[in-house]
Design a protein around this ligand. Structure first.
Ligand code: SF4
Ligand code: SF4
Length: 620
């Protein structure tokens, strides 16, 4: 059984008055906090099996670094962060990895997600831890000795995420705040939703851890001011924080002087009005500044962290402990012993409910979160995760079951209650008509899903459910559009590549052709030059030839003349012929004469015959 917490308010703790502002809308609710905030935080025996989801943060799922059959120690890394907006996941107890598979996770749709399943061995054997600040070093000196990079890295490695519900990796947020030159750190300790008291009891029981965690965060972002905003329905928690700050005040002041930081940490009580714990609402109440539409607090030089996140940063840096457990409020009329329990992540919700005891006959709804922003849990066989701040098991008739919705009567009460100054009735019409473009004109993404509008609607219209549905539809459309855009870009890139290849081919062909033409032209030029050279040689040869031809003719003439002269000379020689030579000549002459006579006779005979034939022809 848990111990009772002190409830006395120490009025000797004076605090400075600070001007506060207000936010529009909001509603007064019955907090129901006393159901669970009467006792100190209890612990839970580790379950026989832990189911640890790989997505306990926004961003990509962590990537497993263990395999089935591996023996793991408590605090050992199971999966590393995948990308800058992701966080690692660690073993919440020692044991053996029995599966890495899809298991149902706590989600309104009842969907499954990849998980590492550990069959615990019951020894709770820790991995050797590596804190950045040893107990022997003074706390303030320890913080002063660390660089902001070291602190940020340790927080990132420890898997710390925003435990107020956003689940944004803490180190990534610190990194952005550093870049944006943030000068104000706001710690959200408002815890405005009814029934939930996990932050309240944490502040009351571990205020020093929170203050040291805040100093670590303050150092990283270099914020000059730090304001802790807490609703005025938590006087014990408020005093515990003030006391813790005073205990450290001397060393804090010295540290701040050394760090050239002028401001102290201030705890500021704000009026209890739902949803004062909304990030934008708390900033407005504490500073009077409005975060721009669809903007971030960093846009106005402010960073906001939850009080539990600060405690997790302390554990990471001072103890070297990764985020493997969280405080869960287990409350509601059907719970026998409502309380806050430190639960190892991955513990089945069924085990948590068995631990606190259920009045089974009384159970009406099992809600994860509070009655305003939580959702009905599809199954209790899902694990506790970093997002599980409250398990509300209501008894019958404890929570209002809205009667069937009626038509809107345009009373405008929803708009009056909206802390974001939206027009819920208009958004409702467009959500119902599924006009997703028009609904965005009404800034649906500024809706913090606080449920004020649904709560006040006299027609019982579940307005916030319409808005959640519309947001999901818009995101789905956006995802589809992105997918289509990526596909289109890929296709265009492919076409562009083909076109480039085609152009490159054509250019190569053109260059080849150009080269060929150039070569041809060069060859032609060379040939012409060669031909010119040949022509001049021929002329010379022709001249030579003409000259030699003329010489030959002259030579022939000369030879002819010489022959004639020789013949003349030989004729003269017939005068002195020998007798034999004379005889031969005479014989030859005689043959010549005889031949000539014979020929003449033959010719005369032929003429007589011809004449005779001619006279015959005339007679006839
Ligand atoms: S409160 Fe309900 S009935 Fe009134 S305007 Fe809004 S939606 Fe319509
Ligand atoms: S749920 Fe959205 S629209 Fe409704 S009151 Fe809250 S912020 Fe305004």
């Amino acid at each position: 059984m848990s111990q009772s917490l002190p409830h006395t308010v120490n009025n000797s703790l004076k605090t400075t008055l600070r001007r506060l502002w207000s936010f529009p809308g909001g509603i007064k609710l019955d907090g129901k906090k006393s159901l669970s905030n009467q006792h100190a935080i209890t612990t839970l025996e580790v379950s026989r099996q832990l189911v640890i989801p790989l997505t306990q943060h926004i961003g990509h799922a962590a990537q497993p670094v263990v395999k089935v059959g591996d023996q793991v120690l408590k605090g050992q890394l199971l999966a590393h962060a995948e990308g800058p907006i992701s966080a690692p996941v660690h073993a919440s107890s020692s044991g053996i990895v029995s599966a890495i598979e899809e298991r149902p996770i706590p989600h309104p749709s009842g969907l499954s997600a990849p998980c590492v399943v550990i069959d615990t061995d019951g020894y709770e054997q820790w991995l050797e831890l590596s804190p950045l600040i040893l107990p022997s070093t003074g706390e303030m000196q320890g913080i002063a000795s660390l660089s902001s990079v070291q602190i940020k890295q340790q927080i990132a490695n420890s898997g710390v995420v925003g435990l107020g519900g956003a689940l944004y990796p803490c180190a990534a947020k610190l990194q952005s705040a550093q870049k944006m030159h943030t000068d104000t750190l706001i710690i959200n300790a408002a815890e405005c939703e009814p029934y939930i008291t996990c932050d309240d009891v944490l502040m009351r029981t571990r205020p020093e851890e929170i203050i040291l965690g805040i100093l670590l965060i303050k150092k990283v972002v270099g914020a000059k001011k730090c304001l802790i905003g807490i609703e005025d329905n938590k006087p014990e928690a408020y005093q515990a924080l003030v006391k813790a700050i005073r205990g450290y005040q001397q060393t804090i002041s010295r540290y701040q002087r050394e760090a050239n930081s002028e401001a102290k940490i201030e705890v500021v009580q704000v009026p209890t009005r739902y949803p004062a714990g909304g990030e934008k609402q708390l900033i407005q109440v504490l500073t009077g500044q409005e975060v721009p539409t669809q903007g971030l607090p960093m846009n106005i030089g402010i960073i906001c962290h939850n009080v539990t996140t600060a405690a997790a940063a302390y554990q990471a840096v001072f103890r070297g402990e990764p985020l493997i457990s969280r405080i869960v409020t287990v409350t509601g009329g059907a719970i026998k012993h409502p309380q806050n329990i430190e639960v190892p992540l991955g513990t089945p919700i069924r085990d948590v409910l068995e631990h606190v005891g259920l009045n089974s006959n009384e159970v009406d709804k099992i809600i994860l979160g509070g009655p305003m922003m939580g959702f009905a849990l599809p199954s209790i066989d899902t694990p506790v995760t970093k997002a599980t701040n409250c398990l509300l098991v209501s008894a019958k008739n404890e929570l209002k079951t809205p009667p069937p919705a009626m038509p809107c009567i345009r009373c405008a009460r929803c708009a009056e209650s909206c802390p974001m100054s939206l027009l819920p009735q208009q958004m409702y019409w467009y959500a119902k008509a599924r006009d997703l473009e028009k609904i965005q004109d009404y800034n649906i993404f500024d809706c913090i899903e606080c449920g004020c509008c649904s709560y006040v609607c006299p027609s019982n219209i579940p307005l916030v459910q319409y808005f959640r549905y519309a947001k999901t539809e818009i995101w789905d459309d956006e995802r589809e559009r992105n997918k289509a855009n990526i596909a289109r870009e890929r296709h265009e890139f492919h076409l562009e590549r083909l076109e480039k290849a085609k152009l490159a081919k054509a250019e190569a062909a053109r260059l080849r052709k150009e080269k060929l033409a150039k070569k041809k032209a060069e060859d032609k030029k060379i040939a012409q030059q060669a031909s010119k050279t040949d022509t001049s040689g021929d002329a010379r040869d022709a001249k030579k030839s003409a000259a030699s031809h003329s010489d030959l003719i002259q030579e022939a003439i000369a030879r002819s003349k010489a022959k004639k002269a020789q013949q003349q000379a030989q004729k003269k020689n017939t005068d002195n012929l020998t007798e034999a030579q004379q005889k031969q000549i005479d014989a030859a002459n005689k043959r010549r004469r005889d031949n000539a006579r014979n020929i003449a006779r033959d010719n005369a005979g032929n003429d007589i015959q011809t004449e005779a034939s001619a006279s015959d022809d005339q007679d006839q």
